[in-house]
Design a protein around this ligand. Structure first.
Ligand SMILES: NC(=O)c1ccc[n+]([C@@H]2O[C@H](COP(=O)([O-])OP(=O)(O)OC[C@H]3O[C@@H](n4cnc5c(N)ncnc54)[C@H](O)[C@@H]3O)[C@@H](O)[C@H]2O)c1
Length: 281
């Protein structure tokens, strides 16, 4: 029975993976060299897209074109924007640094560099394009960080160090990482209608713990909190759990989803909400 179940699951997966959901589309995937970005590049290619990969690490798998770029640096991002082709139908902003990296670098890649690249690419996007930002369950508490979020608006990627110092955003307790994701969720909501006249939409996907090379950094930073998560979760996510959600948001099936944060966390955010509001399970 197990063998039949596994086989039928595989057939199901094979058939939807080959669905030409993204046929004819050009999709830019940042962080395409590892983890969720690598799997998203693979799936988008399988679904018919021409994938342009961007990463600081060279890796050419599953992309038609690869651009090596350090997304902490404003001049590098500007040069990348210049060389990328026109006619992009989707951006999957997946590159990210974990909470163990220096705080200003975390803010630069996960927030300020992402915004700089996205805004700079707007003239090269086709009407109807979809932008998908990888946030995190770590951004769940965004509403408690409004003053710093407002202060972060318009900060240039090259000013990440100054911003981190002024707002005392350090790595203690993973704060730099949490803030980067909180502000990303807020920025995405704020821009729900900014490019509506061109049919361009933007959303976030917020994973819980996912089994990629940076999972150990989270466990190291969060300590007892991560142990508690591991105790109540049945399993961590995998890149294969996340890539289909990103691909779905990049497709034309989701044109009315705008400015939304989609949790994909094995039930963790619902668990937090039930506990917060005293709902029994
Ligand atoms: N793994 C998790 O538990 C988890 C949970 C929630 C959210 N996320 C988010 O998912 C995204 C992908 O993470 P992942 O788990 O696949 O990690 P990963 O480390 O496997 O992949 C991240 C990629 O980003 C690239 N990158 C890092 N710094 C860069 C820079 N300066 N310029 C260009 N590229 C750079 C890395 O080279 C790497 O290929 C990140 O934004 C992360 O915050 C991950």
């Amino acid at each position: 029975m197990t063998v039949v179940g596994a086989h039928s699951h595989q057939c199901f997966k094979m058939s939807w993976e080959r669905a030409p959901l993204l046929k004819g589309k050009t999709i830019l995937v940042t962080g395409s060299a590892s983890g969720i970005g690598l799997e998203t590049a693979r799936l988008c290619t399988a679904m018919g897209a021409k994938v342009l990969g961007v990463d600081v690490t060279k890796r050419f798998d599953h992309v038609e074109e690869f651009y090596r770029a350090d997304l902490t640096d404003g001049a590098t991002i500007d040069a990348l924007i210049d060389v990328l082709p026109k006619g992009i139908d989707g951006i999957a902003n997946i590159a990210g640094l974990p909470p163990t990296a220096p705080a200003d670098k975390v803010l630069a890649v996960n927030l300020f560099g992402l915004k700089h690249l996205t805004l700079g690419l707007l003239p090269k996007l086709n009407d109807g394009a979809s932008i998908v930002n990888l946030a995190s369950l770590a951004g769940f508490g965004w509403s408690d960080a409004i003053p710093a979020i407002l202060a972060s608006e318009g900060v240039h990627v090259d000013d990440a160090t100054r911003f981190a110092a002024e707002h005392q955003i350090t790595n203690a307790g993973g704060r730099s990482y949490f803030f980067s994701k909180e502000a990303l969720i807020a920025w995405t909501m704020q821009n729900r209608w900014t490019w509506r006249d061109r049919g361009i939409r933007m959303n976030t996907v917020s994973p819980g713990p996912v089994d990629t090379p940076i999972l150990s950094d989270f466990l190291e930073t969060l300590g007892a909190r991560a142990e508690e998560d591991a105790r109540i979760m049945d399993r961590p996510g995998t890149p294969q759990d996340l890539a289909p959600i990103v691909a779905f948001l990049l497709s034309d099936m989701t044109t009315w989803i705008r400015g939304t944060n989609i949790p994909a966390d094995g039930g963790m955010s619902s668990n937090i909400l039930c506990e917060m509001h005293g709902l029994s399970s």
